[in-house]
Design a protein around this ligand. Sequence first.
Ligand SMILES: *Cc1c(COP(=O)(O)O)cnc(C)c1O
Length: 201
Amino acid sequence: MDLNVKERIPKIIAVSKTFKIDHILPLIEYGHLDYGENKVQEALEKWTDIKNQNNKINLHLIGKLQTNKVKFAVKIFDYIHSLDNEKLAKKIADEQQKQSKKPKIFIQINLGEEDQKSGILINDLTEFYNYSQNLNLNIIGLMCIPPFNEDSTKFFMKMSELNEKINQNELSMGMSSDYMKAVEYKSTFLRIGSNIFGQRG
Ligand SMILES: *Cc1c(COP(=O)(O)O)cnc(C)c1O
């Protein structure tokens, strides 16, 4: 038996964005603990009460984070998957000190070098990682959203390589359409929405 098998089982983040809490409750009651939202305001409204009742639930921010929302994001989210610029890093650092709460953070990588997409470019990663480390952020790994309509394989492969370069273990990659491939490339957090909850309206 492979004793490391447990380490290789990725966590599944049930991406519950846009779904009402009634739709999510059966999964919570079943005991699933990790949920993903892409908007701070929506997360506060949906999850504040539930998190107060069940402190085992982990809430993951998987969408773009504006600096003016950081205060609320640090309050409600346990993981932030979308750190993508220095100003945001600084703001999170200030806020985690104020609230004495340290979210786990992924640096989002812009793998396709797409202008319209958020994320740190590969060439800037080492510098940005060091900058974030110096701010005492709890960086645990990298996150990516591969370019739409392209085969994710080469991007996932690159992610494993980059994570090794900065000596981190966690990889947030893989969605409903490509999660099997993400598992092959050592993803540790799959972000799955429609395959769990159905099509979003
Ligand atoms: C919505 C979303 C997902 C989930 O997408 P599905 O295709 O429904 O699985 C994953 N990651 C991010 C960043 C998202 O915004």
